[in-house]
Ligand binder design. Structure first.
Ligand code: AMP
Length: 543
């Protein structure tokens, strides 16, 4: 017997319809690519998204077509998302930090028909356009006054293009399981793989992130996604904030410490989210220049492990609680978040910090397990580590155009490629990417844990640990450190700092200071490049 309730498909346009109806006047503030701040509302964003949809329709874009965006977080980028999804087409976010060949690869693979791009990327795309045969039209996200002279075929300023349509349009009536968004994983090896989100998965995922022990968004929040829309849906915030009726602040292209501080404080942001490197830069800026974050009530940090020193700095110095989150493009992306269950609540801050440094537990909508290499489930005892596998309402089932490739185990779980422990209270701790874990004498050393500890040293700005070949132990850890400006910590001093904090056999065999560490397109330490750079490195212990 079927239930007798209404069929109300979970479609992305419903989110902006709701925001416009119930929170229509709420501010959407952006730092524009042209420079000045720009202010609009959910009501206007919806109205312009309807015009985007109508105008795309006139350009012949149909249900299921891919429409790409190469853009910073601004109101215009937001409008294009809702407009594209609103005619049943698929927004494909292109990450500008990918290598040029990868951008060409993913756009051809996706067969993008239109590209919306920011002014910043016009020179880049001019170089690539000859290799993008499927793109029929380039729409530059600016007005006529700022439109540069360009060799891009069929290029037009967004505002002129948009002015040719009114908002008298009905959102496409598509199935909630229809494709709505496409994001390629920035894998460090092999070709990028396309994760194809549906309307339903995005709406359910956003609903899940709004919940109190997740991001806990409300109509009284002002939300700033520093995490880009092109990084796994900006962790859902472009959907979750309007769904909650929260105001939105879009930081545009300026993501350095000073600019982030400036917009956080001037726009009185209450909730923000980004990868650790953004927060390293903000904290360094505040250390140097001073300042306070009186309006910020929490900060979500994820995408890479958040060192306890960063959590402590936010919480103790600036009184801003940290929410450590874990996830991946294939999970839309949120997989877990470190809320505090009553079981682990304590007055002892050191103990609480130990919990907060974990990647937390799953929200409703995600299930997980850890297994050994044969797929046998391992205990949740906080000590045994295994492959972390997930399933849920917003987890990938297949990759785009690789539908014949099975990526789930027989119970329907997806292997995240992460190695983790889960404790009795449900808190998960990522040990490493399975390919980054250091194998020393048959035992595993967590590079993440060593990195987390090293950045706790007052002279260290960033740290990476990689395994270096060793004749006796197979591999031993090498600590690579970027010192803070004007500091030069000694090798022995750094090792002495680690000594009381780790098991003896985890001690790095050597330390090198470097001016910078390479990052992936989504801000993670690029271990493959470091391994390549140090492939001939001889450890002093390798005799
Ligand atoms: P991406 O799909 O580019 O977002 O990358 C996903 C990967 O980032 C995960 O599989 C993890 O290896 C890593 N990651 C994300 N969040 C965290 C976190 N909080 N701690 C450690 N690693 C993380």
């Amino acid at each position: 017997m079927r239930g007798l309730m209404q069929d109300w498909p979970l479609l992305i346009p419903k989110v902006i319809d709701y925001a416009a109806a119930e929170h229509g006047g709420r501010a959407v503030v952006s730092r524009s690519v042209e420079g000045p701040m720009h202010r609009t509302t959910y009501r206007e964003v919806r109205e312009r998204a309807l015009r985007v949809a109508k105008r795309l329709d006139r350009d012949g874009i149909r249900v299921g077509d891919r429409v790409a965006t190469l853009a910073w977080n601004t109101w215009r980028h937001l409008e294009t998302w809702y407009g594209i999804a609103g005619i049943g087409a698929v927004y494909h976010t292109v990450n500008p930090r990918l290598f040029e060949d990868q951008i060409v690869y993913i756009m051809n693979h996706a067969e993008d028909r239109v590209l919306f791009l920011d002014l910043t990327f016009v020179p880049l795309v001019e170089k690539l356009a000859g290799r993008l045969p499927t793109v029929e039209r380039y729409i530059v996200l600016t007005d006529a006054a700022h439109m540069p002279r360009t060799t891009l075929p069929n290029a037009v300023p967004y505002e002129d293009w948009l002015a040719e349509a009114d908002a008298d349009f009905r959102w496409a009536d598509v199935d909630e399981n229809a494709a709505a968004g496409l994001c390629y994983t920035s894998g460090t090896t092999g070709e990028p793989k396309g994760v194809l989100y549906s309307h339903r998965s995005n709406v359910l995922h956003a609903t899940m992130t709004v919940m109190p022990d997740c991001f806990g968004l409300s109509a009284r929040d002002t939300v700033m996604p520093v995490v880009p829309l092109f990084h796994a849906n900006s962790w859902s915030l472009a959907f979750a904030a309007p769904m909650a009726g929260a105001g939105l602040v879009m930081p545009g292209p300026k993501l350095d410490g000073a600019s982030v501080y400036d917009i956080l404080t001037s726009e009185r942001v209450t909730f923000t989210a980004a990868v650790p490197t953004i927060w390293f830069a903000l904290l360094q800026h505040m250390e140097k220049e001073g300042g306070a974050l009186p309006d910020l009530t929490r900060v979500a940090i994820g995408g890479s492990a958040c060192p306890p020193a960063v959590i402590e700095a936010f919480e103790k110095k600036y009184d801003v609680p940290v929410l450590h989150a874990w996830g991946m493009t294939e999970m839309s992306p949120v997989g877990s978040i470190c809320g505090i269950k009553p079981e682990v609540q304590t007055e002892d801050y050191e103990k609480l910090l130990g919990v907060k440094a974990t990647q937390g537990y799953t929200p409703f909508g995600v299930e997980w397990k850890i297994t050994d290499d044969d797929g046998v489930a391992l205990p949740h005892d906080g000590r045994t580590f295994g492959r972390l596998k997930v399933r849920g309402a917003a987890v990938a089932r297949r990759y785009f155009k690789r539908e014949d490739e099975e990526i789930l185990d027989e119970e329907g779980y997806f292997d995240t490629g992460d190695v983790a422990t889960i404790d009795a209270d449900g808190y998960m701790r990522i040990t490493d990417r399975s390919k980054d874990v250091i194998k020393s004498g048959g035992e595993w050393i967590s590079s993440i844990e060593l990195e987390n500890l090293a950045v706790g040293h007052p002279d260290v700005a960033e740290a990476a640990v990689i395994g270096i070949a060793h004749p006796k132990w197979d591999e031993r850890p090498l600590l690579i450190v970027v010192p803070k400006a004007g500091r030069e910590p000694g090798r022995d001093e750094l090792l002495e700092f680690l000594r009381p904090r780790i098991a003896k056999w985890w001690m790095p065999d050597d330390v090198v200071l470097v001016p910078d560490i390479p990052h992936t397109a989504t801000g993670k330490i690029l271990k493959t490049a470091l391994r390549e750079r140090f492939k001939d490195y001889r450890l002093p212990t390798a005799v």
